[in-house]
Write a protein that binds this ligand. Structure first.
Ligand code: PLP
Length: 360
């Protein structure tokens, strides 16, 4: 079997070792004659997986002890509503940065729950840039400040973090989690879907500072209440066991391969290979501010839409999949998540060079 090279924006490329480990244990988990996905989530098999996934998260990201880690269903999308439901206390304002498609969805949901102030709106600039962190400020009655570390569709990424004193900073890190080293203590909450950089689809991760959980109102129904999930060690109800098993194996792979510092170096290296090629001529063009270009989702244009369609088609015929940009922005996009090996990027760079020579 020859595996395709997967440049999908999500669900993501998963290292072959991880897929094979899942496959070989699928019907007979570690030689116990039964599958992990057919036992109770209270069974020791699953309990170990659950706790190991959480402790690997803590270890790989150096998460301080005063944070809870949850894996919940509903994706990052459910968090767009749960965050204001839990943390936007009545009479206060939630500050949001509108940096693109995902930030906008978070804002639209928050507006249905309470008062929202949009601190920066990238709409006029076609979401091609981000504000300088020194220009950011929050409302005087701010409940929290929300932003999206990497816009998966637009291809822009924050390079510095907002510093807002005591105001809780909440970040959607769906598409660059564990691709860069971060100081978790600068954030009150970090969350995202796991399917971009950490494993198969089906769960979202939340890293929440415990003092924030005291805000969760008792009036919320159980599943919507982050504090209930945290108090129960993210086992209030049946967790997405298959996905969390995949995340655990993916995190073990990250650890074996040098942890987050190594993933970060790889992300820089892989994205530089493509950006250097884009910058070296005028066939390919990056539509975003070079100061904020994403290392995860690389958006680029060709001289015409016809050539873009041809590029995507020929790449796919050559085993390089999913290079079409999101339908809302067009163009091309290569997603270089942690599971994408350098060799795949080398193959893509060679193809891009060749394509530009033949069609330039
Ligand atoms: C994919 C994505 C989401 C949505 O995640 P779901 O798990 O599908 O709900 C939210 N934010 C960002 C930045 C994303 O890339």
């Amino acid at each position: 079997m020859s595996r395709k090279l997967n440049f999908s924006a999500g669900p993501c490329a998963i290292p072959l070792e991880v897929l094979e480990e899942m496959q070989s244990n699928m019907s007979d988990y570690q030689g116990n004659g039964i599958s992990l996905v057919e036992v109770s989530h209270r069974h020791k098999f699953y309990d170990d997986v659950h706790n190991e996934a959480i402790s690997l998260f803590k270890e790989l990201m150096n998460i301080p002890d005063n944070y809870s880690i949850l894996f919940l269903g509903g994706g990052a999308t459910l968090a767009f509503s749960m965050i204001p439901m839990n943390f936007l206390t009545p009479g206060k304002t939630a500050d949001y940065v509108n940096s693109g498609t995902w930030a906008k969805k978070a804002i639209d949901d928050a507006k249905k729950i309470g008062k929202v102030n949009v601190v920066f709106d990238g709409k006029e600039g076609a979401y091609s840039s981000l504000p300088a962190v020194s220009e950011l400020s929050a409302s005087p009655d701010s409940a929290y400040f929300h932003f999206t570390s990497n816009e998966t569709i637009g291809g822009i990424q924050w390079k510095e973090w907002p510093e807002l004193g005591d105001i809780p900073v909440i970040c959607d890190m769906s598409s660059d989690i564990m691709s860069r080293e971060i100081d978790v203590s600068k954030f009150a909450m970090i969350y995202g879907g796991v399917q971009k950089n950490l494993g198969p689809a089906g769960a979202a991760f939340m890293i929440i500072r415990n003092d924030l959980l005291e805000r969760s109102p008792d009036t919320l129904t159980a599943y919507l209440n982050y504090k209930i999930h945290a108090d129960k060690g993210s086992m209030y109800n049946t967790p997405p066991v298959f996905t969390i098993w995949g995340v655990k194996l993916f995190l073990e792979w990250v650890k074996r391969n040098g942890g987050v510092p190594a993933m970060s170096a790889l992300a820089d290296k892989k994205s530089k290979m493509i950006y250097d090629l884009i910058d070296s001529g005028d066939f390919y063009r990056s539509p975003v501010d070079s100061a904020f270009r994403s290392t995860m989702n690389l958006v680029f244009r060709l001289p015409s839409e016809e050539l873009e369609a041809k590029f995507v088609k020929e790449a796919s015929a050559n085993g390089m999949m999913f290079l079409k940009g999101h339908r809302s922005v067009g163009g091309c996009r290569a997603s270089l998540y942690n599971g994408v090996p350098v060799s795949a990027v080398e193959t893509l760079v060679d193809f891009m060079k060749d394509f530009s020579v033949k069609n330039g």
